[in-house]
Ligand binder design. Structure first.
Ligand code: SF4
Ligand code: F3S
Length: 107
């Protein structure tokens, strides 16, 4: 089991999630964060920290977000670790709950 970050994080990137992780397995890209599934210990502490519910257990993957397991696995190998909260993008609020943000994911 692992937790993963899904589409709603793209261009919002609030980073409230990163400081509660006991194993530091969050990685930061230009406009999205991912979790390293090989390091996540399934503690679930991060899930309630995200104000826009972008973090889910892999047990709750659906047809709409199934590709995000592969995205978290792949990009966590490429992007640096983030352990401290930082300011969200200035326009984060307007991107909340927008559909189709996967097309805006910058790798
Ligand atoms: Fe870190 Fe726990 Fe969230 Fe996994 S479930 S990413 S170990 S805080
Ligand atoms: Fe993204 Fe939510 Fe964390 S928007 S950076 S998963 S707090």
């Amino acid at each position: 089991m692992t937790y993963i970050i899904t589409e709603n994080c793209i261009k919002c990137k609030y980073t409230d999630c990163v400081e509660v992780c006991p194993v530091g397995c969050f990685h930061e890209g230009p406009n999205f964060l991912v979790i390293n599934p090989d390091e996540c210990i399934d503690c679930s502490l991060c899930e309630p920290e995200c104000p826009i519910d972008a973090i889910i257990s892999d047990e709750n993957i659906t047809d709409d977000n199934h590709q995000f397991l592969e995205i978290n696995e792949r990009l966590s190998k490429k992007w640096p670790i983030i352990t401290e909260i930082k300011d969200a993008p200035k326009d984060a609020k307007k991107w909340e709950n927008k559909i189709g943000k996967i097309n805006l994911l910058e790798e």
